[in-house]
Write a protein that binds this ligand. Structure first.
Ligand SMILES: NC(=O)c1ccc[n+]([C@@H]2O[C@H](COP(=O)([O-])OP(=O)(O)OC[C@H]3O[C@@H](n4cnc5c(N)ncnc54)[C@H](OP(=O)(O)O)[C@@H]3O)[C@@H](O)[C@H]2O)c1
Ligand SMILES: CC(C)(CO)[C@@H](O)C(=O)[O-]
Length: 320
């Protein structure tokens, strides 16, 4: 394994799920010189032949040749395996992860939601699990064709049993260095659980309301009624975080509201999935936080209402 100070080395990265997020970060790592192995499903043939095309607000680029696979058994063991599937596919992880991650390696979970690191730590032993919260607006617009619309920063934090705060290790530093070498802004967090609840402050109101109310972020922020609803939901997420002993101050909520007001009008990824008839990440983004808060005796009525509405919509549309 390369050390943390080597700017570009032969560290092997695997991308599990070469979509909007995995395709973007994986391509940036390859462009920076890292050895990246991409697992694909429907785009496998196209990407094997033609590579990846990244349209990005930071500059478009193509990778005419990438190491593409449609079978994890054909992939080499990698130092860092990036989980970039939708969480709705996480039932596949017990089959995908063990052959792929090197003993002593890292599994980096870049998905939204809560609790995935805990599940992964049960699947693979003797690896470090790191969580990453991605402030990224990216869509897959065609086979091997990713459109990066905005942002890109990742907040990284180590997973420890029970999500206890963790000091920064050498492993997290080298992952951070690799991404920074690839031009991605990284922030390091010593409390992954707090970082995950903070990300939910955004995902719970906007992902949920965008589907239930058929609205973009700008519409939710300009209408006085939905603006109040968003803020109430954010406060409920903060109440949920408090049940785990994590404090999200009102100033953080105001920052998220301002961040969204300044964002280009955005159709959330959950809304895109809904419109395209794909499964929604309801359990990871709504179900897991609700259950965690409920287990600690807290009632989050507005989030609970939203969860049941989303379950109804996904059942009715056959995308549960
Ligand atoms: N996109 C963003 O800007 C963004 C921002 C922050 C967080 N996130 C989070 O990142 C995660 C990934 O989201 P995404 O937007 O990148 O989703 P996505 O575009 O749907 O990408 C997921 C990819 O996984 C592939 N896949 C599914 N099953 C597979 C299998 N069995 N083997 C190989 N590949 C498989 C899919 O391929 P097919 O297309 O062939 O099914 C798809 O390309 C989610 O948790 C999301 O909430 C995304
Ligand atoms: C919040 C967001 C729209 C941009 O930071 C993105 O990270 C997302 O969809 O989770």
């Amino acid at each position: 394994m390369c050390d943390s100070l080597t700017p570009v080395c032969d560290r092997k990265y695997a991308i599990l799920g070469t979509g909007a997020l995995g395709g973007f970060y994986g391509a940036k790592l390859q462009q920076a010189g890292y050895d990246v192995h991409f697992l694909l499903k429907s785009d496998y043939e196209h990407v094997s032949k033609s590579g990846l095309l990244i349209e990005s607000k930071d500059g478009d680029f193509t990778l005419p040749q990438v190491k593409a696979y449609n079978d994890v058994e054909q992939m080499p063991q990698c130092d860092v395996v990036i989980v970039a599937l939708k969480t709705t596919q996480n039932h596949l992880l017990p089959k995908l992860l063990p052959p792929l991650v090197k003993d002593g390696g890292v599994v980096l979970v870049l998905q939204n939601g809560l609790g995935v690191e805990e599940d992964i730590s049960q699947i693979v032993k003797n690896v470090q699990v790191i969580g990453g919260l991605c402030f990224l607006c990216s869509n897959k617009v065609g086979a091997g064709h990713i459109r990066h619309l905005d942002y890109g920063k990742i907040t990284l934090g180590e997973y420890t049993p029970k999500y206890d705060p963790a000091p920064l290790t050498e492993r997290i530093q080298y992952v951070a260095n690799d991404f920074e070498t690839a031009g991605i802004t990284i922030e390091l967090a010593t409390d992954l659980l707090l970082a995950r609840w903070q990300k939910l402050v955004w995902n719970i109101p906007y992902n949920g309301l965008s589907v239930i109310l058929n609205a973009r972020t700008d519409e939710l922020m300009t209408d006085a009624h939905t603006r109040i609803l968003v803020e109430q939901l954010m406060n409920e997420v903060a109440a949920g975080a408090k049940t785990s002993g994590r404090v999200i101050p009102d100033s953080f909520i105001q920052t998220m509201l301002n961040y969204t007001v300044k964002m280009k009008p955005y159709r959330t990824s959950m809304k895109i999935d809904y419109d395209e008839g794909r499964p929604l990440e309801v359990e990871a983004i709504f179900g897991n936080p609700l259950r965690k808060a409920q287990a600690a005796g807290a009632n989050l009525p507005q989030i609970s209402c939203m969860y049941h509405q989303l379950k109804f919509l996904t059942q009715r549309n056959g995308i549960a």
